[in-house]
Design a protein around this ligand. Structure first.
Ligand code: PEP
Ligand code: MN
Length: 377
């Protein structure tokens, strides 16, 4: 059971005390307070853990400061919408909003290589007004002989350059807990010129110790990438691991699933799951068309397959896009052939903006149709 308090109820105030006092008559029920800093408001939620079927809902609903009492299903306890009983709440990190209504474009190289390339990327992003980047410092590679990323040595100059070009958030994959600590330390030492969103890659989608490590800190939000061969349910349960440790600032990323049926694309695009994840969970949803498609093939209409896939996700309501760019793809140490170039940046941004506007209009159209239906019934 979750008790949702009215906006801005003080977690240490009299309303919470009265509620906890009432619950104390049920000795087998444990309580846990969770403060959710949404994009519009701060909400305190009180989780009742244990056999709550004998805890009556009505007296709690009547208590001062209580907005809503929700009986939760056992699935997705923390991240779920529980059949539409809970809304998405979102979060703001370093001035950037992440919710089921927002849209952010994270772009940059698969792997950080040279300061010159990173600076060219950031300079061009500033030119087109984009403040969110992707930068791989720790790279999980299929072959042990491939470039594994510069690791912590590149962090000081990447963060400094990000600050110079007003980049607010960098999505950065981590492979183990110590990488989170290294990022934290490097950011502190650089004077926090930017922010980082910890990325859990598809290869670690069920690395439960890493999920718990990302969940037990709240300094960084987490970008979780769906397991390439996992049912959606298993990946959502992985996010539940992160949330159950205390970190609710999670974005769920669809990045295609591995099957021969996806050929000639690298993976089979799974962006039809954008509305599914938005319905089942409170999480903002990201799409990664680069790793889904994995090549720069162009359709006869002149549009790259990557842009077609990106549009499919955005027109379905994606809240974030992760896309690989490189100023000199022929020099890239990882995933060069699938990277978009600086010459393709303006077209990409204009195309994404067009599709996002189309999604907003589709949403309005659907709301008008629903309103009409309700008034005809
Ligand atoms: C990435 O985004 O850099 C990456 C490695 O993606 P994935 O984990 O989805 O393969
Ligand atoms: Mn890549």
């Amino acid at each position: 059971m979750i008790v949702i308090m009215k906006p801005d109820v003080d977690p240490s105030g009299p309303e919470i005390k009265q509620l906890l006092n009432f619950i104390s008559q049920f000795p087998d029920i444990k309580t846990r307070l969770s403060g959710v800093r949404g994009t519009q408001r701060v909400v305190t939620e009180v989780y009742l853990i244990g056999p709550t079927h004998h805890v009556p809902k009505e007296p709690i609903e009547k208590m001062p400061g209580v907005e809503k009492v929700v009986r939760v299903s056992s699935k997705y306890r923390q991240i779920g919408k529980h059949g539409g009983q809970l809304d998405d709440i979102g979060f703001t990190y370093n001035g950037v909003e992440f919710s089921q209504n927002s849209f952010n474009c994270f772009m940059g190289p698969c792997a950080v290589d040279t300061p010159d390339n990173v600076e060219t990327m950031f300079r061009n992003m500033q030119r087109v007004g984009i403040k969110t980047a992707r930068m791989g410092a720790y790279k999980p590679r299929t072959s042990p002989y491939d470039f594994q990323g510069h690791g912590k040595t590149c962090l000081p100059w990447v963060f400094e350059l990000a600050g110079k070009y007003e980049i607010k958030v960098i999505a950065m994959e981590v492979l183990k807990e110590i990488h989170i600590e290294e990022i934290d330390k490097a950011l502190e030492e650089a004077g926090n010129p930017t922010g980082v969103m910890i990325q859990i890659g598809t290869r670690n989608a069920q690395n439960f110790e890493l999920l718990k490590a990302a969940g037990s800190q709240t300094r960084f939000p987490v970008l979780y990438k769906r397991g390439m061969a996992l049912p959606l349910e298993d990946s959502l349960n992985a996010c539940e691991y992160i949330a159950s440790e205390g970190n609710r600032n999670i974005v769920f990323c669809l990045r295609g699933v591995q099957t021969r049926l996806g050929n000639p694309h690298r993976n089979l695009v799974d962006f039809a799951h954008v509305p599914v994840v938005k319905r089942l969970t409170r999480l903002p949803v990201c799409i990664d068309p680069t790793h889904s498609v994995g090549s720069k093939e162009r359709a006869p209409d002149g549009i790259l397959d990557i842009l077609h896939a990106a549009s499919q996700g955005i027109i379905a309501g994606a809240n974030m896009i992760l896309v690989e760019f490189h100023p000199r793809p022929e020099m890239a140490l990882c995933d060069g052939p699938q990277a978009l170039t600086m010459q393709e940046l303006d077209h990409f941004v204009a195309d994404m903006e067009l599709v996002r506007q189309c999604y907003i209009k589709r949403k309005e159209l659907a709301q008008q149709a629903l309103f009409k239906q309700m008034h005809l019934e």
